[in-house]
Design a binder for this molecule. Structure first.
Ligand SMILES: [Zn+2]
Length: 429
């Protein structure tokens, strides 16, 4: 008994990383692997939203891509550089009591894995780097629009060891596709070992010291919009992939306009495999969310989806954007497997649990299982407890209970002995 509990704890600590880790691989033995890290600084959304788009909308056809989009997740939720101090100053040594200890140690393990050929750390930096001081935005202390290297080349032989040459090639290509001329990219060599005491504690210097080529991509915080930052980040990452011989397909046009659309796509959340939310136009707060008192499993399709429990509520985030607050209603875990039979606009359909469907005029749930009760949230019919076998249209529903700001999406929930066991979501067109 003790043994199995011990094993279980080991397994969870092994597999529950404090960040997302996405692998896109074609051939791990013979082709290079690029590791892209976003979100070391929680107030630099250009970096982490780029990593998220990279993981959702790129396919790798040759070589391998590893992505950690949300390294410092608690700081991303707060849109704070580092709620436990600057994580990028904890890579040389770290206090064993430091709240970032696990994150730093786990990413160090990933960086030093044999398979990793090159590391990119994504940032949004202040201003626009210029060798001459022009003003507070354009000057030699600015980090924006730079490719940062710790030294000209690695100490030992490596196929991608000439950092200065690689950064120069990437910059040349970036500077051929600028949205405005003053966005041009330069190299900032911090010459860390000799000149920069603080950078010795950074992620890139840790990598370089372990013979892993590493670069920081710094797009400017002073660019006009988030899509601009993501545009330059993704363009830079593509340049690195090309230089490394990693081939990819991207499912959208790389322009700030298309990026803007992708950034507003929050996708879906499934809780405990039974409760489903489409996060598009979600209301700021939702009530009576069936949860367990502990051990809830939140599955987001968006790589920057996360939850924070605060004051009895569950706050839902996509990156630094708080999407909604869920007020729970606690239930014992029950599950209704399979699907729900529903007549949608006169046509019989089987809707799998924890998915959604569209209706134009109305729907009617057919309940074949006498142990299950149907509860349509926002619908009341005098004297009826099981709301199956009734035709329900949009006008029959109380908009107070819709989950979305357009009042068109409603929850159809299934109960077993008064405990929630699954749901489907209806959207009226
Ligand atoms: Zn940063």
């Amino acid at each position: 008994m003790y043994f199995s509990i011990f094993l279980f704890l080991c397994m969870t600590s092994l597999y529950a990383l404090p960040f997302n880790f996405i692998k896109k691989e074609t051939d791990t033995l013979n082709t290079p692997t690029l590791l892209v890290i976003g979100g070391i600084h929680g107030n630099e959304p250009g970096g982490y939203f780029s990593a998220a788009i990279l993981s959702r909308y790129y396919t790798i056809t040759e070589g391998n891509l590893w992505i950690v989009p949300d390294l410092n997740r608690p700081s991303i939720q707060q849109n704070d550089r580092g709620i436990n101090g600057d994580m990028n100053r904890k890579f040389a040594d770290i206090d064993p009591q430091d709240a970032d200890l696990e994150t730093v140690q786990e990413i160090q393990k990933i960086i030093t894995e044999k398979q990793v050929s090159l590391v990119l750390n994504l940032h949004d930096g202040h201003g626009f780097y210029r060798k001459e001081h022009l003003n507070t935005i354009f000057n030699p202390n600015a980090w924006g629009q730079t490719c940062v290297i710790d030294q000209g080349s690695l100490d030992t032989e490596h196929p991608f060891g000439n950092l200065n040459e690689i950064a120069s090639k990437v910059n040349l290509e970036l500077n051929n596709a600028l949205i405005a001329d003053h966005h041009f990219f330069d190299i900032r060599n911090t010459n860390t070992r000799f000149d920069d005491e603080t950078m010795k504690h950074s992620l890139t210097f840790f990598s370089v010291s372990h013979n892993k080529p590493a670069f920081a991509i710094e797009t400017s915080k002073n660019l006009p919009t988030l899509p601009h930052k993501v545009f330059y980040q993704l363009h830079a990452i593509e340049c690195y992939m090309k230089l490394m011989g990693i081939k990819y397909k991207r499912s959208f046009d790389l322009t700030p306009d298309t990026i803007h659309e992708l950034l507003n796509t929050y996708e879906e959340l499934t809780i405990n495999n039974g409760f489903y939310l489409n996060l598009k136009n979600l209301k700021n707060s939702l009530s009576f969310i069936p949860l367990q008192s502990e051990g809830n499993e939140f599955k987001f399709t968006h790589p920057l989806g996360s939850v924070q429990k605060k004051d009895g509520q569950y706050d839902i985030f996509i990156g630094n954007q708080k999407i909604s607050s869920l007020t729970p209603s606690y239930h014992i875990k029950e599950s209704c497997s399979g699907s729900v039979s529903i007549i949608v606009d006169g046509e019989a359909k089987e809707i799998p649990i924890a998915t959604d469907f569209f209706a134009t005029a109305d729907f009617k749930v057919i309940n074949k299982d006498t142990n299950r009760r149907i509860n349509i949230i926002g619908f009341t019919y005098k004297g009826i407890k099981d709301e199956a076998n009734i035709r329900v249209g949009l006008n029959d529903l109380d908009s107070k209970y819709s989950i979305d700001t357009s009042n068109k999406s409603y929850r159809i929930e299934l109960y077993k002995q008064n405990h929630f066991c699954g749901m489907v979501l209806v959207h009226f067109k």
